[in-house]
Design a protein around this ligand. Structure first.
Ligand SMILES: CC(C)(COP(=O)(O)OP(=O)(O)OC[C@H]1O[C@@H](n2cnc3c(N)ncnc32)[C@H](O)[C@@H]1OP(=O)(O)O)[C@@H](O)C(=O)NCCC(=O)NCCS
Length: 377
């Protein structure tokens, strides 16, 4: 038996070697393959960033063209998948639908039974395109609309908005989502990525790993937080409450404020810096800065009162709302991005695999406890 006593929630435990993502939680640094997230947010695209995550370097022009071509060609869903989406009860949430549908995608994947490197890369292309399509298609079906065919002339973010809304997005909307996708693409051994690596390490398959990751992402302590943030902002607006009084009331009830705090960052989450800016800009350009102003007031109060910083989820809530995206799609959009990081980690895990099987520190009744016959208990 191991003698190590591990902190609750594996806090501070290093559980893998990885060349994908580096975080300095004290300095507030996040880098993908060594490149700072600020540079990627300002200069890259989701497609180029995904290339970087999967192949370990920035692509040259020809490599990026080929990558875009493969991603665009992967925008297909078997008609049975659409039938399946139609058959789900209208009460099913987008994350429940996505979790179930991604599991079923393996039935139609030509590389389903192949777990070698190249097959996993091919499956990653398909999963990246298909997850975006599934989210958009389900949202339309549940609203009684027809599924929109993908447009090969559009990049990943713009095509997602096109398939979701049935109208071409503005350049601002497409670029805002593109940057949001870059910011959410990877985050080292977060709960969903760890879940994906654990599943992949059993030599199961990438669809199983991503299905497990989706289950983890769905939780309100992980990807579900941005939805909870927006529910709070809507509630404040509906009641006509003062935002600071409202969150002060929540703190008084010992409740956590969604969108604040982080296991790793002790400074501002560098992703929040960009999302705050995008939320502010969307507020200014739309002439309605209500959601941004409300968020900013809450942020200043929580900073001062609890010394907690906004995380990635806080300003993504108001940003997505101002893009016209429904509240219950927020976590699914996180998945539209995070598939790139999950795939990178699954591929890295399988390229140098060993089963992930830790031990538990036993804290139960002392051994040996005698078995007692049922009539004597
Ligand atoms: C992200 C999160 C799960 C990290 O959790 P963690 O590392 O286990 O940290 P803890 O929950 O133990 O929090 C440490 C302390 O800060 C407080 N705290 C952390 N986040 C808080 C929040 N959002 N609101 C109020 N207090 C918070 C806790 O109450 C705890 O205080 P205590 O020591 O007095 O009990 C946590 O900050 C949280 O629940 N945040 C809200 C959900 C969220 O935004 N998740 C998205 C993460 S990207």
């Amino acid at each position: 038996m191991s003698t190590a006593v591990v902190g609750k929630g594996l806090e501070g435990i290093v559980a893998a070697n990885s060349g994908i993502c580096w975080i300095d939680g004290d300095a507030g640094v996040l880098a993908y393959r060594g490149i700072d997230i600020h540079e990627l947010a300002e200069r890259s695209t989701f497609e180029e960033t995904t290339y970087l995550l999967w192949f370990g370097k920035l692509p040259d022009r020809a490599e990026l063209d080929e990558f875009n071509k493969r991603l665009t060609e992967a925008r297909t869903l078997d008609p049975k998948m659409i039938e399946m989406l139609r058959s789900f009860p209208r009460s099913a949430t987008p994350m429940e639908v996505l979790r179930t549908a991604v599991s079923a995608l393996s039935f139609y994947d030509p590389d389903e039974s192949d777990n070698l490197h190249d097959a996993n890369v091919s499956k990653s292309f398909r999963l990246t395109s298909q997850i975006a399509m599934l989210v958009a298609a389900y949202d339309r079906l549940r609203k009684g609309k027809t599924v929109v065919e993908p447009d090969p002339s559009l990049g990943h973010a713009a095509n997602f908005l096109w398939m979701l809304n049935g109208e071409k997005p503005s350049d601002t909307a497409a670029r805002t989502l593109d940057v949001a996708l870059i910011l959410h693409a990877d985050h080292e051994l977060n709960a969903s990525t760890f879940a994906a690596r654990v599943i992949a390490a059993t030599l199961s398959d990438i669809h199983s790993a991503i299905t497990g990751a989706l289950g983890a992402l769905k939780g309100p302590l992980h990807g579900g937080a941005n939805e909870a943030v927006m529910r709070m902002l809507f509630a404040i607006d509906k009641e006509g409450s003062d935002p600071v009084d409202y969150v002060a009331g929540l703190l008084a009830q010992k409740k956590k404020i969604s969108g604040f705090g982080h296991r790793v960052y002790h400074t501002e989450d560098p992703r929040a810096t960009h999302l705050r800016k995008m939320s502010e800009e969307l507020g200014e350009s739309s002439g309605d800065a209500k959601w941004f102003n409300m968020s900013r007031a809450i942020e200043k109060y929580i900073n001062a009162e609890k010394k907690l910083n906004a995380n990635v989820d806080f300003y993504s809530a108001s940003t997505y709302t101002m893009l016209g995206i429904d509240l219950d799609l927020f976590t699914a959009i996180f998945a539209v991005s995070r598939i790139s990081g999950w795939a990178a980690h699954v591929i890295e895990q399988l390229d140098d695999n060993r089963l992930i099987r830790p031990r538990a520190e036993y804290i139960g009744p002392e051994y040996p406890l005698r078995y007692v016959a049922i009539e004597k208990r």
